[in-house]
Design a protein around this ligand. Sequence first.
Ligand code: ATP
Length: 299
Amino acid sequence: MIHASNLKKTFDGFFALDGMDINVEQGSVYGLVGPNGAGKTTLLKTLMGVYKKDDGSLKIMGEDPYENKKLKEKIGFISDELYFFSNYTIKDTAKFYSKIYPNWSFDRYNSLKNAFSIDENMKIRKMSKGMKKQVAFWMIISMKPEIMILDEPVDGLDPVARKSVWNLVLQDVSERGTTVLISSHNLRELEDVCDHVGIMSKGKLLLEKELSSAKNDIHKLQIGFKDKIPKKMLEDENIINSSISGSIVTIIVKGNEEKLLEYYNSFSPALIDIISLTLEEVFIYEVGGDGYEIKNIIL
Ligand SMILES: Nc1ncnc2c1ncn2[C@@H]1O[C@H](COP(=O)(O)OP(=O)(O)OP(=O)(O)O)[C@@H](O)[C@H]1O
């Protein structure tokens, strides 16, 4: 759905995108994580055709987005800075969007009134930052776009509103197969909603992962023995890291959970526990030697 490779974008000779690659498949919810200045907004604005790429290849639904009005009608964008006509009410804003987006649905707009519980006759200029964000979600879901591109979308929303907008987005994904690309500083926020995560730093993608496989591949085991820890057990080549404290060994190991338990149980431990890894830990172990770099980025 979204395919970019070796994408470059400069500002006065500075490479804000410096060989960026990204692949977002249809129906997936892709989280793009990176620190301040990584180039997330520049990427999203290039995808939206707001910026013209300097180099590399970029295709959205097989087309170049730059100055491509027809394509943009199929994409809903929540920018880091929201642009609304401040004198418009929500209702006026909905009418305005209905003329731009051919898939716009007033049925959907009306059905969402309860979900947002903001008076549709309220003027945008009277709204708080969080209320405007909610209006942005109300509009984008009513647009029924094929792709949603969301730049730091839940910044400024309280936890209840966050939960409610994520539910609406995920419901849209499951009902219509919408493709969603979300940028955020917060890996934890994305962990619950995304099926793919890309880590970006200095204009490049460091790592891209499918989350279900990421979490199933690496395990943390705590194994306790009454007597000595059998040395042979630690010769398993899938072990990424191990530490010993008294008669307990903690290991981070790659592989299938059932097979691992079978292997480690064969050493007759007194106890064996599988502890779930956080996504941050998975990424850190995954990049191995570069772990320090990634640690600074995602924690
Ligand atoms: N219009 C611009 N003119 C000049 N430099 C820019 C412009 N937009 C972005 N940059 C530079 O490009 C780099 C990437 O910025 P960008 O806003 O894309 O990062 P980001 O990952 O979205 O950061 P944040 O998380 O802080 O929003 C930064 O060094 C920034 O200073």
